[in-house]
Design a protein around this ligand. Structure first.
Ligand SMILES: [Zn+2]
Length: 107
């Protein structure tokens, strides 16, 4: 399911510099929050904490992983998850650098 980001709708800034911009929303919706929704679910229109009007941000739905690509492709992680990694050794030969597969493969 995609995760959508929402943020409180801020009122337009006042042109009058002497009057402070009113603060809208609570900590949750001012910082923005994420909601996991089905694609066909209706948009959330109010903050779940304070009911201030919120808008869905334009950003594409994201599926976040906690690990970086480098970590995911690390030799330890690959062999832990049952993958075998080969690095090109030249001359059509590939040498195993991680995992439980054959030590080398040849074209
Ligand atoms: Zn709020």
């Amino acid at each position: 399911m995609p995760i959508y980001e929402y943020r409180v709708v801020q009122p337009p800034r006042s042109q009058d510099l002497d009057s402070p911009t009113p603060t809208v929303g609570c900590e949750t919706c001012r910082a923005g929050f994420q909601a996991m929704q089905k694609i066909n679910d209706p948009k959330i229109t109010g903050c779940p904490d304070c009911d201030a009007p919120v808008e869905r941000l334009i950003s594409a739905p994201s599926f976040k992983t906690s690990a970086s690509e480098k970590q995911v492709l690390s030799r330890d992680n690959l062999s832990k998850n049952g993958f075998t990694r080969y690095d090109k050794a030249g001359g059509g030969e590939w040498v195993k650098t991680a995992g439980a597969g054959p030590d080398a493969i040849r074209k």
